[in-house]
Design a protein around this ligand. Structure first.
Ligand code: SAM
Length: 314
């Protein structure tokens, strides 16, 4: 079981893996997916059934996944890491053009397996940016990778994190996380922001949105901007970034494809359930009740990509 943060104190812990040096995203992400796939394949062989995964939906606002379950983490990564990495890479590559030859400090809220960090890392290399990334999450995801001796992961509920250590941050990002935070947590976090004396004269606020939560995401994003307005910042720019019309796959952004064999595994996942012929809710031999939820393709198209950002300045 991964650690879960239930202590009010925050602490920085080293990332789980020490990975070899990767020169480019084209080497790193395929290797990352291959490793996850290997572990996930072992996981599903040992599970008595895949019912737990069958119930899993990442687009159901009424029932969020149990991210403390390692097999669920891995299925999430196999379905979405390629897409989300591409989105964040697109975003950071654009943004870092403004910071060339400078230091950038990023605070990532609900960082999960650090996908936005990997994207920031590779975008920082090609844009000559000196990166200082801090990721906070209530769950210590198992397969986090250690690029460039990264050890800025903070295991904490964001409602309880000491924000005074981030008053010099340049970017605050919610990578697919703003909509998933409990209402009470979001309120506490925004209140906490209003108590800080931020040092930077301008801060980028970013939320990479999930299509199923667009309204909630935007409402909360406006509240985030208002929290900064209450402490003397003014919103200078606001924008929603989507993928260019002619981008039909994430290949257009990252220039490498999702591995075919992992795609096939995900699309035929139901057949690995040992209980499929005896499924109490099944619709006959070999037919799982919600088998379609198991057999789902990874996200490959940027059709739903939507990143909201605002620049707030003193
Ligand atoms: C949809 S996942 C996004 C993960 C990752 N940022 C990504 O791009 O894939 C939402 C994340 O928010 C985290 N989260 C939920 N409630 C939280 C809280 N109160 N404090 C910190 N993180 C939280 C979850 O543990 C999960 O890792």
């Amino acid at each position: 079981m991964p650690n879960q943060a239930n202590q009010p104190s925050t602490h920085t812990i080293p990332s789980t893996y020490s990975a070899p040096f990767f020169q480019s995203k084209d080497q790193f992400i395929p290797k990352f997916l291959e490793n996850i796939c290997k572990d996930f394949s072992n996981d599903i062989l040992t599970l008595p059934s895949l019912c737990n995964l069958k119930k899993l939906r990442f687009d159901n606002p009424n029932e969020q996944p149990d991210y403390s379950d390692i097999t669920i983490q891995r299925l999430y990564l196999l379905r979405y890491a390629y897409a989300y990495f591409s989105e964040y890479y697109y975003l950071y590559d654009c943004l870092f053009k403004k910071y060339q030859n400078n230091q950038v400090k990023i605070l990532s809220i609900g960082t999960g397996c650090n996908i936005d960090y990997y994207a920031a890392y590779f975008a920082s290399i090609i844009n000559y940016v000196n990166l200082d990334h801090f990721g906070i999450d209530i769950i210590d995801w198992k397969d986090k990778q250690n690029l460039d001796n990264y050890n800025n992961f903070i295991l904490s509920d964001i409602a309880k994190v000491d924000l005074s250590q981030f008053i010099d941050t340049d970017i605050i990002i919610f990578p697919k996380s703003l909509c998933e935070l409990p209402e009470k947590t979001v309120k506490a976090f925004f209140k906490n922001i209003q108590k800080q004396s931020f040092k930077c004269n301008s801060i980028y606020l970013i939320s990479s949105q999930r299509s199923c939560y667009l309204n909630q995401d935007s409402t909360r994003f406006n509240q985030l901007v208002q929290s900064f307005e209450q402490i003397g910042f003014t919103k200078k720019k606001g924008k929603i970034v989507t993928a260019p019309q002619n981008y039909t796959s994430f290949y257009h952004i990252v220039n490498f494809s999702y591995p075919d064999h992992i795609c096939i595994l995900l699309e035929s996942l139901a057949q690995y359930c040992k209980n499929i012929n005896n499924c109490p809710n099944g619709k006959g031999r070999g037919i799982c009740d919600t088998g379609n939820q198991l057999n789902r393709s990874p996200m490959l198209s940027p059709r739903l990509m939507k990143i909201e950002f605002a620049l707030v300045c003193k």
